[in-house]
Design a protein around this ligand. Structure first.
Ligand code: SF4
Ligand code: SF4
Length: 318
């Protein structure tokens, strides 16, 4: 696969990467051996770009996958840390967990709006210091927000933007309201033009667009200034199809069988707004005693009507 430089970082990545979250505890919950086999398959297929996070608890899968291979992928991680010390711990944790002296990419995870970035000034200062000390090669921001993406374009210290974008605008936010793919695409372009590296998330909208596999990937691939597309992968079959796509050899009639797919709510993200409950035509969602949405798998028909109304992309198809 061809490599492309992530902005001006000197880090070169393939056009697609593997989101390792999928194999971990919060999604498929594969054993370390099973999950590592999926990561290893990605490396064998030249998808040598991995995305993880402190919160995902997936470092053991990556470490196991790297044992027994000479491939050295680019690894991006991130932390929800708010403070300098919290971010310092997150960086040290990754260095230790993966036995790495120097990390490729470390990001502020899920910056929700400009005030959130300002409130995490300590964590951001820590990342700047880590880069100055040579512990991290490139730093930046992951976000679902158009306004945050715009801000990143003008943030001199930031090397990377990891934004959410897909062809249905699922989960894109802008300030206090929903955002559009057009505005996010413009923000991505501004980042690229200012020398930031950009790799994207949620091309399939949390699984809701998997049925439009080629269309969804084609949309993001065609966006200016996107260096790579990060895709959550949970099986060797999914790895192979993504590699085929990136190599231009996929059967253009390919349509994954998504009949086994299920919907679930990420309890950490759900804000209890109730929009999904109102949107579900099958009364498959209810609020639990904490006010958090919960899906009845026996009733859900995976129609996907609920996901677009969720303001925080807490509804995931897996
Ligand atoms: S996928 Fe459809 S049936 Fe299932 S919870 Fe969402 S709206 Fe309801
Ligand atoms: S729409 Fe999203 S945030 Fe609102 S209750 Fe449903 S899952 Fe939670």
């Amino acid at each position: 696969m061809k490599r492309r430089e992530l902005g001006r970082t000197g880090i070169f990545v393939p056009p697609v990467g593997m989101g390792v979250l999928t194999v971990g505890r919060t999604q498929l919950n594969l054993s370390v051996a099973e999950g590592a086999a999926v990561v290893r398959r990605a490396l064998e297929r030249d998808i040598a770009f991995l995305d993880t996070a402190e919160y995902y608890e997936t470092y053991p899968y990556i470490r196991a996958a790297l044992a027994g291979t000479d491939v050295r992928p680019v690894i991006a991680s991130k932390s929800l840390a708010q403070t300098y010390d919290g971010m310092k711990r997150a960086v040290e944790n990754m260095r230790s967990a993966l036995n790495l002296d120097v990390l490729d990419i470390f990001l502020l995870h899920e910056v929700r709006a400009t005030p959130d970035f300002e409130s995490r000034a300590g964590a951001w200062a820590c990342l700047n210091d880590a880069k100055a000390k040579g512990l991290v090669k490139a730093i930046g921001i992951s976000t679902h927000y158009v306004d945050v993406s715009r801000m990143n374009a003008c943030l001199p210290e930031s090397d990377i933007l990891f934004p959410l974008i897909n062809l249905e605008s699922l989960g894109i936010r802008d300030g206090d309201g929903p955002g559009t793919k057009e505005n996010m695409a413009a923000a991505i372009r501004a980042n690229g033009e200012n020398g930031k590296g950009v790799f994207t998330m949620k091309a399939f909208g949390g699984g809701n667009l998997t049925g439009s596999y080629l269309k969804a990937l084609d949309y993001v691939s065609a966006l200016p200034c996107v260096d790579s597309i990060m895709v959550g992968l949970g099986s060797e079959e999914e790895v192979d199809r993504l590699a085929d796509y990136a190599e231009g050899v996929i059967d253009r009639s390919y349509a994954p069988d998504i009949r086994h797919k299920r919907i679930r709510v990420d309890r950490g993200d759900c804000e209890g707004c109730g929009a999904c409950i109102r949107a579900c035509p099958n009364s498959a969602i209810s609020a639990d005693s904490d006010g958090i949405a919960s899906v009845d798998r026996e009733v859900c028909i995976t129609c996907g009507y609920c996901a677009p109304v969720c303001p925080v992309r807490a509804i995931i198809m897996y």
